[in-house]
Each structure stands twice: as structure tokens, then as C-alpha cells.
Design a protein around this ligand. Structure first.
Ligand code: UD1
Length: 318
């Protein structure tokens, strides 16, 4: 049994990590500012040691990291458009906090730190699928901040011998993703709109593509990254390995839900990437990773969750 710190553990992905770690019999501490996370995401797992605070505060970072074997650094303001609108707040959450957590992990003798990287690092590089050896090309403050995080991790591995791994997520979706903010992930927004037969917005022509990844796959990849020999110092994509356009996604979700409304097309978003698809060979070879839930099954499970969870529906109407 080990002790894991999940920063951002009251958020969507973090709460799934916390749940799986407890199921495996580990001690789990969560640090969350509750800026985008919600305490209620942890209601079903009361064994979590919850600490509320801001990791951009160095003393708080040191306090929560102390005594942990592993750190899963998920805390972030995870939004491209929000970072375009307010790059300073986003930098504080995504860069300043990451540096504090790294310093604290180094000083506390943490065995390994795993960081939530992002597919946005690739930008509009023409080649698909996107593999980790391609140069990064950030198109938004968010993407740049995630690349800086990865580079800080690699530097800490080289300079101080702290074991670190960056996992690049590709458009993660699933239960508990918050659909209520203007910056919410597109599947959560489409699901809650279509379940009420309301049109959802598509930014641009809807021809942009994404490698949507069900959250259980990311949990599996991240937990493998804590243990895998040869992973330290690496940046590794964890995704499904396919891609689907927004227009196709909308049509598929409309069919599953039985909605009849057409999308409401709006101007494209600043900083939006056109196409995103992961090469997952490196995750396969270093982590022994294989997607465990397909895009289609994940989409069904997710829609079912929004259909049957009153809290999600209420929040969507708020
Ligand atoms: C990006 C990153 C992802 C990162 C996430 C953080 C890429 C390729 N992906 O996701 O790795 O974790 O930020 O949140 O950069 N859209 C609509 N209607 C909506 C909402 C979104 O059409 O109501 C469109 C967006 O313009 C975009 C796509 O759907 O083209 C996906 O958007 P979103 O779910 O916000 O994620 P990304 O910005 O792609």
C-alpha cells in the first residue's frame, strides 16, 4: 500500500484517479482549490484525505506533498479559450503551481511524479497521428503552459534525479465532466443539450477532428506510468488512437439520444487546433498500455450517466 497525492483530485479526471487508487487499496490524499473542481465529485469516496488550497502557494504545496510516495499532478485550469481570455490566471494555475509541486516533490523524496500533459502541445503540425518526437507548436497560452510543465519535469529529472512522467491527454470525456461552464469539454456540453433536445453550438465548420478518450483509459495509463520501468523523463501520449469530426460526433450523439435538433454553427474559436489524433505506440511499448474502453462504448456510458444523474442535469440547467 502506498500514499498517493492527486492534485486536482476533486476535478473530473482527478476524481476518477482517486476512486481507482482507493479501489486498489492505496491511501489517497487530494489537494484541490475548488476553482474548477467540486467537493461533490468525492462524495462517493469518503476515505479520501481532502485538503483545500491553492498550489500556487508554495507552503500549501509542501504541506500536501509531505509523506506521499507518488504525486499525480492533475490540478490545472484546463481550457484553451479560458487561457486565451485570461493568460495570467491560467499561467498561475498551470505553471506556477506545477513548479511548486515539483520542488516540494523533490524535497519530500517522492518516488515518482506523473503530470497531466495535453495534446494541445502539438498544435497544427500537419502529420497525423501525432507522435511524441514531433516538435511542439503551442497555439494557445494553455498549450504553452502544458509544454512548459513537461519541460520542467524533464529538467527536474535531469538536474535533481526526481522521477517524472508526462502523460499527454487527448480530449478526455466521461462521467463527472462538468457541462456547465462556457469552457466545458464538448462531449459534456453536447450530451446535456441533446438530452433536452436543445441545439448545441459547433464552433467553425465542424470539420475539426479529435481523438476523444474515455476517462478509464487515462486512469489506466497514468497508473501504469507510476510503476513502469523506463518511463521516467518521458512524454507519452495516452489516447484511443482514432479521430472523429465534430459534425460526426454531433450526429452520433443525436442518434444515441434520439434528439431531433440540428447544431447551431458559430464562428471558430481562437487557438483551436484543426486535427488531433494520437500515435499510441510509445504508450504500448513503455507502459504496456492498450485502450480498455472504446470510443463508442465510452460515449454510450457517458450519455447514460448524464441521463441518469440528477446532479448533472440540474447543473446543466443552472
Ligand atoms: C484541448 C486539448 C485537450 C485539452 C483540453 C483542455 C487539443 C487538440 N486538445 O481540447 O488536450 O485537455 O483542451 O480542456 O488542443 N466545441 C464546439 N462546441 C462546444 C465546445 C467545443 O464545437 O460547445 C469544439 C471546439 O471548438 C473544439 C472541439 O469542440 O474544436 C473540442 O473542444 P473542447 O472539448 O473544448 O476541447 P479542445 O479545446 O479540443
Amino acid at each position: 500500500m502506498s500514499t498517493y497525492l492527486v492534485t486536482g483530485g476533486a476535478g473530473f479526471i482527478g476524481s476518477h484517479l482517486a476512486e481507482e487508487l482507493l479501489r486498489r487499496g492505496h491511501n489517497v490524499r487530494v489537494a484541490d482549490s475548488l476553482i474548477t473542481g467540486k467537493r461533490s465529485n468525492l462524495d462517493h469516496i469518503p476515505a479520501v484525505d481532502f485538503r483545500e488550497g491553492d498550489l500556487a502557494n508554495e507552503a500549501f504545496a509542501r504541506e500536501v506533498v509531505e509523506g506521499c510516495d507518488y504525486v499525480l499532478h492533475q490540478a490545472a485550469i484546463p481550457s484553451v479559450p479560458r487561457s486565451v481570455k485570461d493568460p495570467i490566471a491560467s499561467n498561475r494555475a498551470n505553471v506556477d503551481a506545477t513548479l511548486n509541486v515539483l520542488v516540494a516533490a523533490r524535497d519530500a523524496g517522492v518516488k515518482r511524479l506523473v503530470f497531466a500533459g495535453s495534446s494541445s502541445a502539438y498544435g497544427n503540425t500537419p502529420t497525423l497521428p501525432k507522435s511524441e518526437d514531433m516538435p511542439s507548436n503551442p497555439l494557445s497560452p494553455y498549450a504553452l503552459q502544458k509544454v512548459i510543465g513537461e519541460q520542467y519535469l524533464q529538467m527536474f529529472t535531469r538536474l535533481y534525479g526526481l522521477e517524472t512522467v508526462s502523460i499527454r491527454y487527448f480530449n478526455v470525456f466521461g462521467p463527472r465532466q462538468d457541462p456547465t461552464s462556457p469552457y466545458s469539454g464538448v462531449i459534456s456540453v453536447f450530451a446535456t443539450a441533446l438530452l433536452e433536445n436543445r441545439p448545441a453550438k459547433i464552433y467553425g465548420d465542424g470539420g475539426q477532428t479529435r481523438d476523444f478518450t474515455y476517462v478509464a483509459n487515462v486512469v489506466d495509463g497514468v497508473l501504469r506510468a507510476c510503476e513502469a520501468p523506463g518511463a521516467s523523463g518521458e512524454v507519452i501520449n495516452v489516447a484511443t488512437g482514432g479521430r472523429i469530426s465534430l459534425n460526426e460526433l454531433y450526429a452520433e450523439m443525436k442518434k444515441i439520444v434520439g434528439a431531433t435538433v440540428d447544431p447551431d454553427y458559430q464562428d471558430g474559436r481562437q487557438g483551436d487546433v484543426r486535427d488531433s489524433q494520437a500515435a499510441i505506440d510509445k504508450a504500448k511499448s513503455i507502459l504496456g498500455y492498450q485502450p480498455i474502453v472504446s470510443f463508442e462504448d465510452g460515449l454510450e456510458r457517458t450519455i447514460e450517466w448524464y441521463r441518469t444523474t440528477p446532479a448533472a442535469a440540474t447543473a446543466a440547467n443552472a
